[in-house]
Design a protein around this ligand. Structure first.
Ligand code: URA
Length: 484
């Protein structure tokens, strides 16, 4: 019996050299015991492949002439050596010996030994693919002007060495370490080294993880959820080392509810009567500052100040008492508002009504309007998908908003979302930081908050709940301010 000790690093080359040597010395597969050099105890599984396990018994190799190896076998062996099965080296050597008598065996689909090796090859390839996809680096600070990252990964097979070149190509502009229990790959100053494995290191929390988590939640489509397919694509065993995976249970738990919300909020094509409304609604443009609400509504119906009027069904004016103490400004009419001709009657409006009611704010007592009066959308099949208005459109429509403010003279204006903020304060940046503040503007005092559709778009129930509480607090504060 001959024992072959293989290194854990450079295993593929070492296995090839050892197999060639064994063949030249005519060592039959039964007499070769394969193991890693650092394995101190006898590994029962590392024993030679027993003849009973083989599809056909291998004969001793042909002798001192160099073995002939079909190219297909080299490719197969170069992958299978990274499999975690302790019998892999013996199985490969056994098959290599059999190939000496029958080189065509490499393409024999009916051969059980080859079939097993092919399955092992597939397992390793899949594991390497998962490793490329699921290694998550954490920023561990710069050194000598290079960014440094570290990752901990637990591959099923020994895939660090064969995948390391991929990571050097992909992340060649930084230093990194991929540590695993088996082998650690280190890339520093453009040089790759492989070292022994190590226990899991304590890696620092990474600021980018929160961002990555948010991205993951946002690209998650609850309507397309197939848990089984997802778990096969991203097996659970990898989750513990992937920061975004902590969101998965919650996303799955609330997928049904979210998909229903999306369905309810989905826009529809305008009914045929929209064209009729449109014709009746358009009025010639004679832009004198309207003196009454009905005058403003009449003039607004004919507005063609920007191209948005061409596709929308109608301009949607604000509504509410002409002497309201509070004016609420949203973004623009949505699909439902465009058809109804009234602001905030769709899903965002319904959410607003509910939260406003909880905050003690009576919608009937306030004037509700939008920064932009026509629905801007993009067609996708039969659906009209909301598009945010751009700065020029907001600017053109400001004329109407200012006319409304001049008529109503509210004590306070509640600005909901970035478009309203842009229109009322000239600056949309930092909405979340400015939220809850009162800003003095040339239109008077403006209380800043988010748009209710922001709450509808949040990916988890927990986030929605937390943000709804804040929104309710904002509305309660506004209610108190106008009562004072
Ligand atoms: N979103 C708005 O900003 N306004 C509406 O009227 C409806 C949805």
């Amino acid at each position: 019996m001959e024992t072959i000790h293989l290194p854990r690093i450079g295993t593929a080359q070492a296995w090839r050299d050892a197999a060639r040597g064994l063949m030249l010395r005519e060592v039959p597969p039964e007499d070769a015991l394969w193991r890693f050099a650092d394995e101190s105890q006898t590994d029962l599984f590392a024993c030679p492949v027993r003849a009973a396990n083989r599809a056909a018994p291998a004969r001793a190799p042909a002798g001192r002439t160099p073995p002939s190896v079909p190219k297909g076998f080299l490719d197969l062996a170069n992958t299978v050596v990274w499999h975690a099965d302790p019998e892999r080296f013996a199985r490969l050597y056994d098959f290599l010996c059999r190939l000496q008598d029958n080189p065509r065996l490499i393409s024999d689909r009916g051969d059980a030994d080859l079939a097993r090796l092919r399955t092992m090859e597939k397992n390793v390839r899949r594991c390497a693919h998962k490793m490329k996809a699921f290694v998550r680096f954490r920023d561990v600070g710069d050194a000598a002007g290079r960014r440094r990252f570290a990752a901990w990964f637990e591959p099923t097979h020994h895939t660090v060495e064969p995948t390391a070149p991929f990571f050097t190509r992909r992340f060649g502009d930084m230093d990194w370490i991929i540590a695993t229990p088996d082998v650690t790959a280190r890339f520093e100053d453009g040089r790759l080294t492989l070292e022994d494995g190590q226990p899991k290191p304590d890696l620092p929390e990474d600021g980018a993880e929160e961002l990555w988590g948010t991205y993951f939640r946002n690209i998650f489509n609850p309507a397309r959820l197939k848990v089984q397919a997802m778990c096969s694509e991203m097996p659970r065993k990898y989750w513990k080392n992937m920061p975004e995976a902590r969101h998965i249970p919650d996303l799955i738990a609330h997928a049904g509810e979210r998909a229903l919300e999306m369905q309810l909020a989905a826009p529809t094509l305008p009914p045929q009567r929209a064209e009729k409304i449109l014709k009746q609604a358009r009025m010639p443009q004679g832009c004198t500052m309207p003196q009454t609400q009905s005058g403003l509504t009449r003039e607004l119906r004919g507005c063609a100040r920007c191209p948005l009027h061409r596709d929308a069904t109608q301009a949607v004016p604000g509504e509410g008492p002409a002497d309201a103490r509070l004016m609420i400004v949203g973004e623009q009419p949505g699909d439902h508002e465009d058809l109804a001709g009234r602001p905030f009657v769709g899903p965002a409006g319904q959410l607003f009504d509910r939260v406003a009611g909880e905050a003690g704010l009576d919608r009937q007592a306030v004037y509700v309007t939008n920064a932009v009066k026509h629905f801007k959308f993009r067609r996708q099949g039969k659906r009209r998908l909301h598009q945010p208005p751009n700065r020029t459109e907001i600017e053109h429509c400001k004329w109407w908003l200012e006319a409304e403010i001049a008529l109503v003279k509210p004590k306070l204006i509640l600005s909901m979302g970035a478009t309203a903020l842009q229109s009322l304060t000239g600056r949309r940046e930092g909405l979340l930081k400015r939220r809850g503040r009162v800003e003095d503007t040339r239109h008077g005092r403006v209380f800043v908050t988010v748009h209710p559709s922001y709450l509808l778009r949040l990916p988890t129930a927990a986030l929605r709940e937390a943000e709804t509480v804040k929104f309710r607090d904002d509305l309660a504060q506004v209610t108190e301010m106008i009562a004072a």
